[in-house]
Design a protein around this ligand. Structure first.
Ligand code: PXP
Length: 238
């Protein structure tokens, strides 16, 4: 099985919002990414719509059916948007006030689990695949399976920020063991957050991974290399 690449294009919209201009258009960026190696387009609809907005999600889902992987938190408003625009899949992520980017996997308190079960059920009724963004920890993988997720996306943030070889090895081992467990439980496995052209290789080598969701490193590389080259170089590494 070849490893799939989901390119997160949030920061194309960040650039647009810096001037509140009509361009660069995420729909144009998605077309370039899909024609140069991306298997999916990933966008994160945040409560404050600081980059991707609801209109972008509507246009992307309409233009690229079967290709849009929407990340959002579990608020009723964001659930409503996901159900309305019907992306191919939804990754439910935590969203903390004031965060610069997602800080980690979901925290499965009883209240959050109850809410996730409702949202997963509603998404499944619309035939939307559901992914849960989780820490690479056995208890969280088991909870994701119990809640009825189709996919787990393993958070690679700690791995990507590791400062010693020893810490990096340990975090890679956690990712490998989590992948094994998730596969045993019948879940598809994705990984993402903080992956770049150097640290992606070790994660891509973990057997059983299905997809890498990568944004910041590709979009920033594209400033110098161009978007087609940045996407095809990353796809070439997987
Ligand atoms: N996966 C998830 C669940 C995320 O929240 C993000 C960031 O929006 C990414 C992947 C992509 O992370 P990065 O932009 O660091 O590659």
């Amino acid at each position: 099985m070849t490893l799939k690449l989901g390119v997160n294009i949030d920061h194309i919209a960040t650039l647009r919002q810096a001037r509140r201009a009509p361009y660069p258009d995420p729909v144009d960026a998605a077309a370039v990414c899909l024609s140069t190696g991306a298997d999916y387009i990933v966008v994160h609809l945040r409560k404050d719509e600081r980059h991707i907005n609801e209109k972008d999600v509507a246009r992307l889902c309409k233009t690229f059916p079967g290709k849009i992987h929407l990340e959002c938190s579990y608020t009723p408003e964001l659930e409503k948007a996901a159900l309305k625009y019907k992306p191919f899949s939804v990754c439910i992520v935590p969203e903390e006030p004031g965060e610069v980017t997602t800080t980690g996997g979901l925290k499965f308190t009883p209240k959050v689990q109850k809410r996730l079960m409702e949202m997963i059920d509603a998404l499944h009724k619309k035939k939307i695949l559901v992914s849960l963004f989780v820490s690479p920890a056995a208890a969280d993988i088991r909870t994701a399976a119990k809640l009825g997720a189709d996919i787990v996306e393993l958070c690679t943030r700690d791995y990507s920020e590791a400062t010693t070889a020893k810490a990096s090895r340990k975090l890679l081992q956690d990712l490998a063991l989590s992948t094994l467990l998730a596969k045993e439980l019948g879940l598809e496995v994705h990984a993402g957050h903080g992956l770049d052209y150097h640290n992606v290789l070790a994660v891509a080598d973990i057997g059983g991974m299905a997809c890498m969701n990568i944004g910041f490193s590709i979009i920033t590389r594209s400033v110098f290399a161009g978007l087609p080259a940045a996407v095809s170089e990353m796809k070439g590494l997987l």
